[in-house]
Every structure is written in C-alpha cells, then in structure tokens.
Design a protein around this ligand. Structure first.
Ligand SMILES: [Zn+2]
Length: 178
C-alpha cells in the first residue's frame, strides 16, 4: 500500500473540530487543545471531519495508535489535583467493572444465605428495636451530632460483632458495619 500522506488542515477545520463538543475533550471533558483521529490515521482512519474529535493533550498522547474500544477499558481513571497536575493513576475502567461484577457474583452465589439472613428474626430485632431505639434516644437527648454519631456507631459495632453475619457485610460494602 502506498504511504498515506497526512494532510495539513486548513484553519477552518481546526476551528470546527476544536469548538465542537463545547470545546471539551471528547474523552475526558477537559478543555481540548488538539484534534484526535478517532480511528488512528496510521490504521486507515479517515483524515477528515468524519474522523476528528476535540481532545486534550493528555488523552491524545495516551490513546496513541489505539481506537477508543481498545484504549478506554484499560485507561487509568486519572484525577487532577486542581493545580493542573496529575494525581497518581487510579483504577482502570476494567478494574472498576470487575470489582462490581465480583460483588454481584457473590450475591448470586449466596442468595439463600443472604435471604435467610434478611428474614432472620434476630437480625430484624437487632435493626428495628435496638438500633432504631438507640438512634432515637441519642437524637432526642439533643446530643451534639458528632457524639450522637459516635454513640450510634459504637452500639452498631457492638451489635454487629455479636451477630453472625455472612453476606450482610458484603451487601453494604466492605467498610460498612451495618
Ligand atoms: Zn482528555
């Protein structure tokens, strides 16, 4: 195949592309500084308006010669610290998906256990009597919000340790005591 010649764009094409999408990067919504070939030019993507989107420098460099379906799932969910510099790399979209998928698979594999726990009388007593009672007592006494929260937290923690939980903790997230 003959080498494709990348054309030099006239100013109006730059203007059309860089003001499209409100001037925001098509991949991360930060202000766009460059034009990106959605299907990379090196891989046969059209070298015209049909294949050009506004992009920030960072995304354009990261994406390189990948198309969006190859790049986005493995892309780091990077964050900015407000001063224009990058914080450390976060999880990829694939990591986030797998994490949630794993939690959902756990529920599916333990439905009977979780159902039994939800229907268990000891558990419902624990929640509806003790916790709600202490919650209202702590509120009614006009305690400062912080000490009220602290009291409720201690009560809930004590109860949670006394109650044998299986899927319950997982249902409400790894850090939750309730
Ligand atoms: Zn971007």
């Amino acid at each position: 195949m003959a080498r494709r010649i990348r054309r030099k764009f006239p100013l109006w094409i730059w203007l059309v592309v860089l003001t499209a999408n409100g001037g925001e990067c098509a991949y991360c919504s930060r202000p766009a500084e460059t034009m990106d070939h959605v299907i990379p030019f090196s891989r046969g993507g059209a070298d015209d308006l049909r294949n050009l989107v506004p992009a920030c420098d960072y995304c354009n460099n990261q994406k390189g010669d990948l198309d969006p379906t190859e790049w986005i799932p493995g892309r780091r969910d990077y964050r900015w610290d407000g001063n224009g510099t990058l914080k450390g790399p976060g999880p990829t979209l694939r990591d986030i998906y797998l994490d949630r998928h794993e939690a959902r698979m756990y529920y599916l594999d333990h439905l009977e256990e979780i159902r039994a726990e939800i229907l268990d009388k000891k558990r419902s007593d624990w929640i509806f009597d003790d916790c709600l009672f202490w919650h209202s007592v702590a509120g009614a006494r006009g305690m400062a919000q912080a000490s009220r929260d602290e009291l409720v937290k201690r009560l809930v923690t004590a109860k949670a340790e006394e109650y044998p939980r299986h899927g319950f903790a997982r249902l409400f997230g790894p850090k939750s005591r309730l």
